[in-house]
Design a protein around this ligand. Sequence first.
Ligand code: GDP
Ligand code: MG
Length: 441
Amino acid sequence: TLSDRLSTVFTSLRGKGRLSQSDIDATAREIRVSLLEADVALPVVKAFVGAVKERASAVEVSQALNPAQQIIKIVNEELVKILGGETRRLVFAKNPPTVIMLAGLQGAGKTTLAGKLARWLREQGHTPLLVACDLQRPNAVTQLQVVGEQAGVSVFAPEPGNGVGDPVGVARAGIAEARGKHFDIVIVDTAGRLGVDTEMMAQAAAIRDATSPDEVLFVLDAMVGQDAVTTAEAFRDGVGFTGVVLTKLDGDARGGAALSVRHVTGAPIMFASTGEKLNEFDIFHPDRMASRILGMGDMMTLIEQAEQVFEADQAEAMAGKMAGGDFTLEDFLDQMLSIRKMGPIAGILGMLPGAGQMKEQLANVDDRDIDRTAAIIRSMTPQERHDPKIINASRRQRIAKGSGSTVAQVNALVDRFFEARKMMAAMAGKFGLGALARGKS
Ligand code: GDP
Ligand code: MG
């Protein structure tokens, strides 16, 4: 499967410390083959691989992620992008009923979807009416009636034995029925053929013209391979659609249809059907589909963790400075300023057991206090900031003048700094910096 192929690609990158251009090229080739084997349409493959390659080459050397993780992250983000990014919601008519028309090949899952959608909408407080416009197959109407009953919604169907084979007439009558009886949504089930043919397209277009739908959903069996694109294009040109529904995603879908259809038609994938039962249905989530294709939900979690650990590493470096006594007034200033945005010091203290008291003290520092501290420290020479011990009486006077504060305030700051440094060194010594260290990947 696509997941298997891709994870092989990523595994081969795992040991690398850095990615060379030839690593990137080789990886791009592998991804290309994997996608083609998964029946992703060629133009889509080209666009996708191009984007991944470009981003992989331009990638800044991340200190948080190793090369394999970086590539996976890029591939994942590009997959989400090609699957449509954000999910689009249904558009409802200003004046009900909202008309949703379903189109697609026979067996794609339209009638089943009609039931699923109706049930889903009913649960959200809507009152949908199903309209049976597939008069092609003998049992199509009955099938919709069964599905409607399961979904707990009404079904509008032509009188049996009436001899009328006019789906456009049924569609019109169905909408009139909905208007009269105050159904707020009409879902129009239509006929499909096994393959695309002009008569079917003409019928679908006629139903469309008669009902002026707010949404035309193209229903696509995700298990069909390369044909997905041809079929989608035929429906786009013959009927036009506003959204796509992928069905049978529970099967051994190779992902090709999902990846191709959005890119080729420009229409968003809105829903996903994952089984025969009416509740096996959901809004389509590009990010979930992407991690499904990558087959590595866990990997994405790991990547997020790696990025977090990196932040912890930075905090740890700061803690190391403190323990080593290299903590300068400049660091102190940095920390003071970062308190406002709940910066590293709070994080570091959070990692040290028993540091609650000091955290509280720091939390009580107010903004004016921080501003004054900043002004005082900025009035010091770099030498003074790095080696505060040299700040004697005459220097204090100069600093006070320069920062518009009193000598007493400068004294208080310098005292507080030495106090803080002592406390930090003591804490770091007591609890051991080892306890701060998180495993680096
Ligand atoms: P239509 O011809 O487009 O109306 O397709 P149907 O709704 O009649 O579905 C054709 C067959 O596919 C039926 O046997 C359905 O039970 C089945 N089916 C529909 N959607 C799904 C799905 O998401 N997963 C699975 N496994 N089967 C589905
Ligand atoms: Mg049907």
